[in-house]
Design a protein around this ligand. Structure first.
Ligand code: ZN
Length: 252
């Protein structure tokens, strides 16, 4: 590939409090994948500054999905093109609007998370989702509709591949950065953390069976994996594929 060679740098390290934000750079073209929560704006701009960059240097954003912790600083980049899945955009906007309603919001939430009754902590989960929506969700911070390019139609920039991983939310997209050496996979919330997804305070999956398939599919790709809410780690695809024989999939 003529311009393979995206440099991958983490801007915001994922944790239980916030989502991973990544800078991709290739010959003067800079992309930010996911932009964090409103109170992380300062940190995000500071991390760019450390690389000698200003938000106006970022030509492109990619949003893996529209959960509040991944998109609330899009507004810092009013000149950027934003690649994202329209399915995830529509689904999340509609979901946040419904759960913010005072009446019947619990019933409405079931439209989006039909498997909620299968989880012990369902009511807590939904209350938490609503609290976050009321506290942080602000459509104005997503950027202008004219900035969006739906990845269902035009492809991502060269060397980048979107992999639809809808188990977390419909249209959720993980990003594969192809490279001559180790590929990088920006998993986002397909793989919340390296080993302990259940300890991360994010939403229950939209579809649990699909969620487990998505996670296994990403790990089987191998390479450097950046989870949505944890530090990156290397994974050996061959070992993952042998995991049924008890070979530990993770490299130290
Ligand atoms: Zn999410």
């Amino acid at each position: 590939m003529s311009d393979a060679g995206w440099k991958v740098e983490v801007l915001l390290t994922g944790s239980w409090r916030g989502a991973t934000s990544v800078l991709l750079s290739n010959r003067g073209h800079h992309i930010v994948v996911d932009t964090g929560l409103p109170h992380e704006a300062h940190q995000l701009v500071g991390a760019l500054k450390q690389k000698g960059l200003d938000p106006t240097d970022i030509g492109t954003l990619i949003n893996t999905h529209f959960h509040v912790d991944h998109v609330m600083n899009n507004c810092l980049f009013p000149k950027s093109t934003i690649y994202a899945s329209q399915q995830s955009y529509d689904w999340c906007l509609s979901m946040y609007s419904d759960v913010a309603k005072d009446a019947q919001w619990e019933e409405l939430a079931l439209k989006y998370y039909p498997e909620t009754p299968h989880y012990e902590q369902a009511r807590d989960n939904m209350a938490w989702l609503r609290k976050f929506a009321l506290r942080w969700w602000d459509v104005k911070r997503l950027g202008e509709p004219s900035q969006f390019r739906w990845i269902e139609t035009p492809p991502l920039p060269d060397g980048l591949e979107g992999l639809v991983t809808s188990g977390h939310v419909p249209g959720h997209t993980s990003i594969i950065i192809h490279s001559d050496e180790t590929p990088t996979v920006i998993a986002a919330d397909t793989l919340l953390s390296r080993e302990h997804d259940e300890q991360v305070l994010t939403m229950i999956p939209y579809n649990r069976a699909q969620y487990h398939l998505d996670r296994a599919r990403l790990l089987a790709l191998g390479g450097y994996i950046l989870p949505g809410h944890d530090r990156g780690f290397l994974v050996d695809a061959h070992a993952v594929n042998d995991a049924t024989q008890g070979v530990p999939p993770f490299l130290p």
